[in-house]
Design a protein around this ligand. Structure first.
Ligand SMILES: Nc1ncnc2c1ncn2[C@@H]1O[C@H](COP(=O)(O)OP(=O)(O)O)[C@@H](O)[C@H]1O
Ligand SMILES: [Mg+2]
Length: 186
């Protein structure tokens, strides 16, 4: 079972939305489970709507799925070091502003050495210049995914409707491309 951890030390940077969308994408080809390690558990209330298995963290020891997507809390919880250790890949969402780009440094400092990981820019709006943010992120020696996640209404509704069951082809293409970027490093 491949374990993909979506982590970050700030709230609101699309961790939960990305976990959901990546799970929805991968569920088309693999046996996928979503694991919500955030005590606020935002995914739990949507369990029945998604058609994706929502599992307890204990599932990580069982190996009954092909892929586990692990959503995390928006702060550095005491569970985080173990999750970072167990993960096969760590995805770090970051909104395109310098505050988020600086804040991400905290979690980067906790990454186990040699662990496959990548930063993905999220909630990227058209015509917003991301050059300054990229230059901060490039200083961290962590790969930055070529594909970004745009700011899109269908993502904001991702917990209500699986984006792969909408007609938002652009969102589907973005998510697939993020999946391919991640899988290239697994
Ligand atoms: N790419 C996006 N486009 C538009 N809205 C988004 C996008 N990603 C997240 N959101 C919205 O932003 C808010 C925070 O996203 P969420 O995934 O809950 O972040 P986190 O889990 O990191 O706290 C939610 O209201 C969500 O619907
Ligand atoms: Mg969340």
């Amino acid at each position: 079972m491949k374990k993909i951890l979506i982590a970050g030390s700030k709230g609101g940077n699309s961790k939960t939305s990305l976990s959901l969308c990546l799970a929805a994408c991968l569920a088309q080809s693999y046996k996928v489970c979503l694991i919500d390690t955030d005590p606020q558990g935002s995914l739990v209330s949507f369990k029945d709507l998604l058609g994706i298995d929502l599992c307890e963290p204990s599932e990580l020891k069982k190996n009954s799925y092909d892929v586990a997507l692990i959503d995390t809390a928006p702060y550095l919880s005491n569970k985080l070091p173990d999750l970072l250790k167990q993960a096969d890949y760590i995805l770090l969402p970051c909104r395109p502003n310098v505050f988020d780009a600086v804040a991400i440094k905290t979690i980067i400092s906790l990454l186990p050495p040699q662990k496959p990981c990548g930063i993905v820019l999220t909630q990227v709006q058209h015509r917003v210049n991301i050059t300054d943010v990229l230059s901060v992120l490039q200083g961290y020696n962590v790969p930055i995914l070529k594909q970004t996640m745009s700011y899109r209404v269908s993502y904001a509704r991702a917990a209500l409707q699986n984006i792969f069951e909408t007609d938002d082809i652009k969102a589907q293409k973005e998510i697939l491309s993020i999946v391919l970027d991640v899988f290239a490093q697994l």
